[in-house]
Design a protein. Sequence first.
Length: 247
Amino acid sequence: MRSRLIQLGALPAVNLTAGVTDVLVLDGGDGDPRMPRIRERGLTVLAPRDVNALLGTAAGDPPSAPMTPPSDEHEPVVVPAGGVVDLPPEVDDLTVNVSWSVASDADVDVVAFELGTDDLVPSDSHFVFYNQPYGPTSATQLSIDGDREQAIHIDLAAIDDGISRVTVAAALDGPGSFGDIGALGVTVDGGERLLASSVLDAATTERTMIVAEIYRRSGLWRVRAVGQGYDHGLAELVVGYGVEVDQ
C-alpha cells in the first residue's frame, strides 16, 4: 500500500503529524487509539479499496473520497542524519514526532533534556520523560500517541532564556537493541505545517539514541537530525546530561 500511495503522489507517514491530510485504515485498524483524533480533525479516511480504485488496479466501489493532492506550499525538508534545517522565525509551536514500525519485547521511551550552554540540565525538572511529562515551565511536553509513536511538544516562546538546546532521545526499557527495533521515523511539525522529516536507520547494538536537537543559533532556532546511538542504558545517558539518578 505504501508503494501505491507513492504512485498517487502522496507522501506516506506512519505517525499522525500536522501535515497529514488523509488516513488509510488497514484491516483491523478501526480500533486504533488515534481514531478519535482523526475524526476530530475531520481527516479523509480511506480504505485499501479506495487506493486500489484510484489506481485502477482492482475492481470495486468508487473511492469514498478523492485523495488530497500534496501541496508545494511549505514543502517539508528530508533531513539526513547530521543534517540541519533552520526553523522559520514565525514558528513558535514545534513538535518532534518519533515512530517505529517493528514491535519489540522492550518499551521505547522518548525523552527530552532542556540544556544550558554547558550542555547540562539546570535541574532535574528539566528532564522530560514518562514519569515527568512536563518541563518546569511546561514549554517541553511528552505525549504518547500509541504503542509505536511518541512526541515531544516544544513551545519555543516559553523556553527559559537560559536554555540553549532541547535534546530529544529514545531509550529501550527491556531486552534487545535499536537494531531489533529498526528504523525510527522522525517528523518535525511547526503548528499546522510539516517542516522536516528524517529516517534514522543505522542502529545495531545501541540501547539509547539521540534523535534530534533543537538549538539556538544567532537568535534563531534550528533542528538537527542526529541518530547517534550508545550501547548503555537510559540511566547512563541522563547522568551524562547532569540528571541525578537514585542508586
